[in-house]
Design a protein around this ligand. Structure first.
Ligand code: 5RP
Length: 267
């Protein structure tokens, strides 16, 4: 792997622990103003100091993220779909030149394996990998699932392996039973997507299990920014990912940080 590409990847997946806590805030590209992200700048600013990397769209990056930040950016560069139409109908929305101009550390492209526009999305990924290799920019493949797709190990292992075979430098996928199999059969690092909002303790358990079964971290959105206390939640997730805290210990940390925040607000 090229030095620049390796260097950028190591800004995201921290060499000290071999893990990462990425904060996903790109939901609006097909979901519009998602709960918790109505005003992206207000959501992102207090969470940014605790994120190892931020995953926004180009528009949110430009309008809602302080350009002086040292947090590496993983820029979403696929889109063109919306929740109202076929989700897999994505194309590339940002050129590699613009991604470089924005000083990103990686770009993210979704693939919809088994869906109507499977080939188009896989070729989107292949194209960005070719360009990423030319300029030293790592590519994160997002194994998006369509409305009717199973999220089981057989399907997710298939999608992750296809992404890795094409040359994706890291892959984002969902947690499932037999997650070890998905990790074992994917030769590049896997980060876990959080998925729909669940109770905080359950999200910490999910994180713990993913890390235990070999994930290189999380790329989590709703379970952080829709938590009752997002700033407490991202710190609890960090404790699991980087310090191997148990869900019980991390949840206790979450509650104490939440309480401290509530006290500060009352003053
Ligand atoms: C959608 C994405 C989103 O960034 C990601 O899935 C959102 O994270 P979360 O599921 O944790 O809210 O890549 O394809």
């Amino acid at each position: 792997m090229d030095w620049g590409l390796k260097n950028r990847l190591s800004r995201i997946i921290k060499p000290e622990t071999g893990k990462t806590v990425m904060l996903a805030v790109d939901h609006g590209y097909f979901l519009g103003p998602t709960t918790g992200l109505e005003e992206p700048g207000k959501t992102i600013a207090p969470l940014l100091p605790y994120a190892d990397a931020l995953m926004p769209t180009r528009g949110v990056l430009r309008t809602s993220v302080d350009a002086s930040t040292s947090v590496p950016i993983v820029l979403r560069v696929s889109g063109g779909n919306s929740i109202l139409k076929e989700l897999s109908d994505e194309e590339i929305t940002v050129t590699m030149e613009d991604a470089i101009r924005l000083n990103v550390s990686a770009v993210a492209v979704s693939i919809y394996v088994g869906a109507e526009y499977q080939k188009q999305t896989i070729m989107n990924l292949a194209r960005m990998i070719n360009e990423g290799e030319r300029y030293g920019i790592p590519v994160l493949a997002v194994t998006a699932v369509g409305k009717d797709m199973a999220r089981d190990a057989r399907y997710l292992a298939l999608a992750c392996r296809i992404a890795a075979e094409l040359g994706a430098h890291f892959v984002k996928t969902y947690y499932c039973d037999d997650f070890e199999r998905v990790v074992r059969t994917c030769p590049v690092p896997i980060v876990m997507a959080g998925g729909k909002k669940i109770p905080e303790l359950d999200a910490l358990k999910l994180t713990y299990n993913a890390i235990k079964k070999g994930a290189s971290g999380v790329d989590m959105g709703r379970n952080i920014f829709q938590a009752e206390s997002p700033v407490a939640m991202i710190q609890a997730v960090r404790a699991v990912v980087h310090e191997k805290a148990t869900p019980k210990k991390a949840y206790a940390l979450y509650l104490s940080l939440k309480e401290a925040e509530a006290k500060r607000r009352k003053k």
